[in-house]
Design a protein around this ligand. Structure first.
Ligand code: ADP
Ligand code: TRP
Length: 329
């Protein structure tokens, strides 16, 4: 293909670390899935990353399989895109080792995610500490141009760019220096307590929870004590969450209701619960199908890993030759 018409390569990954929530979906997955129609999409389940928090065997394998089913159900098309599980392309760990020699300890010391995770009680291990190097490897191994992520991953992209530039300065144009892409609109989906929705804050709305459980989570969304006939604040969790499911006209309508007398938060919550159920209904059915068809999923993943390896081996050869690891003369 002509260089000028070559599609941009978009790459992103998600850790299989628990239930998929509205923040994951609107902050990252939806965008990824939309991309596959007119970009060269690379998307993977980051199970080596999930290992850094030391889950047990059963949990890690279950979460990995479920994350795969989530993505497939939500619309990742294994023909249009390249979709795999990180550990099925183990070249990523070799590149990670090579990159670690170009990563200063001070750069890792500046990474806030490590400090955050330790403060949340995770045990300090080298995997957790060098997590950004493995993430850089995920990105650089596939010649990625653009990496769509939530705001919390921005620093990891800065680290990736710094490592790539360091290698390129020494050896010439080995890596493509990727750009992060942060969707300003949905960069921070709030959780039920008003903080950023995150598994680690225990404030998530899992999109595939069964209906009763999901309803319970929605009913728990924090609201204020504004009197029923007073205008309501729109810079609030419930309003923002509801807007994720509305088009522009519907948003105006909701705004008007918030400004009028008589609005009950309980009614809005019930409407939101129904919106969530309706929106994800077709995906829910598809997900159940994949969950009970392991062999089909396995085949899809092997196909994806095969496609991913073609690029991985090419890029790894490039860095092996550039650095002298490949000692053939
Ligand atoms: P969690 O914080 O729940 O552990 P992850 O770290 O697994 O979520 O995030 C997976 C992807 O979803 C990342 O790209 C992240 O930036 C995005 N993401 C997670 N939570 C949110 C949120 N509340 N708003 C927007 N994007 C989010
Ligand atoms: N660190 C990312 C997260 O927690 C997941 C991830 C791993 C990733 N490797 C990546 C995201 C490469 C984008 C590109 O959400």
């Amino acid at each position: 293909m002509d260089v000028k018409t070559k599609k941009k390569r978009i790459l992103s990954g998600i850790q299989p670390s628990g239930k998929l929530h509205l923040g994951n979906y609107f902050g990252m997955m939806k965008r990824m899935i939309d991309y596959q129609n007119n970009h060269d999409l690379f998307c993977f389940i980051a199970n080596y990353h999930a290992m850094t928090s030391n889950p047990n065997q059963e949990i890690l394998s279950k979460n990995t399989f479920e994350a795969v089913c989530d993505f497939l159900a939500l619309g990742i098309d294994p023909e249009k895109s390249t979709f795999w599980v990180q550990s099925d392309v183990p070249q990523v760990t070799e590149l990670s080792w090579i990159l670690s020699s170009f990563t200063s300890v001070s750069l890792m010391d500046r990474a806030t995610s490590y400090k955050d995770k330790i403060s949340q009680g995770l045990s300090p291990n080298m995997g957790l500490y060098s997590y950004p190097v493995l993430m850089s490897s995920d990105i650089l191994l596939f010649d990625s141009d653009i990496v769509p992520v939530g705001k919390d991953q921005k620093q990891h992209l800065e680290i990736t760019r710094e490592i790539a530039k360091k290698v390129n300065n020494k050896y010439g144009q080995v890596f493509i220096v990727p750009k992060p892409e942060i969707d300003v609109k949905n960069q921070l989906v709030p959780g039920i307590d008003g903080r950023k929705m995150s598994k680690s804050y225990n404030n998530i709305i899992p999109i595939f929870d069964e209906s009763k459980k999901l309803r319970k989570s929605v009913m728990k969304i924090v609201t204020d004590l504004t009197e029923i006939n007073s205008p309501k604040d729109k810079n609030t969790t419930l309003f923002k969450m509801y807007c994720l499911f509305l088009n522009d006209k519907e948003k105006i309508r909701l705004t008007k209701r918030y400004d009028s007398k008589g609005l009950k938060y309980g009614d809005v919550k019930l409407e939101l619960y129904e919106k969530i159920m309706d929106y994800f209904k077709p995906y829910r059915d598809k997900r159940n199908y994949y969950l009970s068809n392991y062999n089909e999923v396995e085949e899809i993943l092997q196909y994806g890993a095969k496609k991913a390896k073609i690029i991985a081996i090419e890029v790894l050869d490039r860095i092996r030759s550039a650095t002298g690891i490949s000692y053939k003369t």
